[in-house]
Design a protein around this ligand. Structure first.
Ligand SMILES: C[S@@+](CC[C@H](N)C(=O)[O-])C[C@H]1O[C@@H](n2cnc3c(N)ncnc32)[C@H](O)[C@@H]1O
Length: 255
């Protein structure tokens, strides 16, 4: 049986809707996301010519466009995602890129050897997963020097289920029939996990403040048929009723 929280990525209609939005970003038909520009700026300070970069939960590979626009040298990029349709779209979008490849894979068991990528990133993925323990271990396992994660981090942890449906949302035991996680993890919990991962030398967790509010508002109009667009409220990014404390977890690996 498909996990209730995963159906978002597997439902045909939703997959096509979200996939085509990501594809439009990947081919430059829509502007780059604020988060992909912020990620590229961070990688620029740690990347070296010829680096191998892994993007876990890459969607249609749209962050590659920001990396190409920002890194002033050649690099190799691999995108991995659990949703086959997104990998198909990514291959289509970047067919002319000889230094890019895309694979279907699960962030809980990445199909790569230990220390096989110089830089590893995973953006806007961990908040949607039922657990981040194995994914964080996996990202660090396959990294040689550096891991970058963008997710929701707060002073306290919250397990949030964005419940789908209308009127038929819960079963007789009160459990949601289908939902989408929007979890916020506490900084102490993330630090506890990182402290127990081999080869992690140091880390920093910093709020992502590198966004232009006007662009966030404009991006909401670019996906006007979406049920879950991000808007602004008092300087915070808001999705539905969920205030999003977007943060970067930057991890230095030493082998
Ligand atoms: C919100 S999207 C983020 C896409 C892109 N990184 C971005 O920031 O726009 C989450 C992505 O994670 C992928 N995903 C969900 N569960 C996954 C898993 N277990 N392993 C790998 N990818 C997963 C989804 O297919 C989707 O492409």
């Amino acid at each position: 049986m498909t996990d209730k929280w995963r159906k978002t990525w597997l439902d045909d209609l939703e997959c096509e809707r979200y996939g085509s939005l990501l594809y439009s970003r990947a081919i430059g038909e829509l502007p780059e996301m604020e988060s992909s520009k912020a990620v590229a700026a961070r990688l620029r300070s740690v990347a070296k010519p010829g680096d191998q970069i892994l993007d876990a939960g890459c969607g249609a590979g749209h962050y590659l466009r920001s990396l190409s626009n920002n890194l002033p040298f050649e690099f190799q990029y691999t995108g991995v995602d659990a949703t086959p349709r997104f990998i198909e779209l990514a291959r289509q979008a970047f067919a002319s890129f000889s230094d890019a490849d895309f694979e279907i894979g699960d962030i809980n068991a990445l199909p790569f050897a230990d220390a096989s990528y110089d830089l590893v990133m995973s953006n806007n993925v961990l908040l949607h997963l039922p657990s981040i323990q194995k994914p964080l271990q996996e990202l660090c396992r396959v990294a040689r020097r550096y891991v970058l994660v963008r997710t929701l981090v707060g002073e306290r942890s919250f397990r949030i289920q964005d419940v789908h449906g209308s009127g038929d949302e819960f079963d007789e035991t009160g459990e949601p029939i289908e939902f989408h996680y929007y979890n916020i993890y506490s900084k102490p919990y993330i630090e506890y996990l990182l402290a127990n991962i081999p080869f992690v030398k140091s880390w920093q967790i910093v709020p992502d403040q590198a966004f232009d509010e006007t662009r966030i508002a404009e991006a909401a109009t670019e996906q006007s048929d979406a049920p879950d667009v991000t808007t602004m409220l008092g300087g915070w990014q808001l999705n539905g009723y969920i205030l999003q404390p977007w943060s970067f977890i930057e991890v230095e690996i030493a082998r």
